[in-house]
Design a binder for this molecule. Sequence first.
Ligand SMILES: [Zn+2]
Ligand SMILES: [Zn+2]
Length: 342
Amino acid sequence: MKTAFVKEQSIISVDETEKPTLGSGDILVQMYACGICGSDLEKVYGQYGQPSMRLGHEPAGVVLDIGSDVTGFKKGDRVFTHHHVPCYDCHLCDHGNETMCKKYYETNLLPCGLSEEYVVPAWNVSHGGVLKISDSLSFEEAAMIEPLACCLRAWTKYHYQEGDSAAIFGVGPTGIMHVMLAQAKKFSKIFCFDINDFRLDFAKKFNITESINSMNEDRKQKILEHTDGRGVDVAIVATSSMKALEDAIDMVRKGGTVMMFGVPSKEAKLDLDMSKIYSKEITLVTSYAASDKDTAEALNLIESSQIDVKQLITHTYPIIDSQKAFDHARSGDNAMKIIITK
Ligand SMILES: [Zn+2]
Ligand SMILES: [Zn+2]
């Protein structure tokens, strides 16, 4: 079977690898679709700050084999598989910080999701890490469960009300998911920022208030005009750009919330005027990854057609062309979500 690895900075190799052995509680899955995430790009091209360098954590596929003790799944099941599952028993899990749990980091798909076949460990199989998907859902759509789940989790971390305004910084695939969620939550004004013209145009299809180029010098003025001079209630940063984070802090209203959603590069620094944060009473919140509650909710929203993720998928590449797919995803040229297929 073939598996994609980070060979060196900017280089991916797709190598023949040995099938991992199947433990009695594990399942073996044939990957049909796996999205490329911003964090994957950070692993290949950037300075990723998180410990795992495995590529692909959004895979969906078909169960090829099950361990002797596995119940609830059988060969041929169509599934989404979550890469990390927490212990549900520690201090952090107990406080709703499941994605910070030690077990969460230790549970991994082997060798990784960007592999023709991969093993899902017993813990994940028996603790909500594998979700059966309906026949009507494509594998490509199922590969959108994990990113949508991450967005859903972010929305549990701040207060908002119907009629609020949001600015989304970085309207790649997850940025647009945040747009869709803001609409579902009846936000009255949604502003989209990016430097990529294709993405700014793409965002316009979603009935937003305005798409604004992040280089536009009047950008803050535009926000103030639309919000009675206040600034937005919620600013979501769905990019690793520190400049976007700076803008978010600048454009959020007094007492508003800035959500750090995109993964910053390792040791990314920001020269912040903390007196402004204090006197404007700005809440800065972060959200990392998703729990099984979030993935289950994401699947439900997709299967019930409440969130249409299909329209975000612009390109697919077979696993053998992973380098091309990643280069394309990095450039963002005429692309939203790029998915690797079997
Ligand atoms: Zn991701
Ligand atoms: Zn835990």
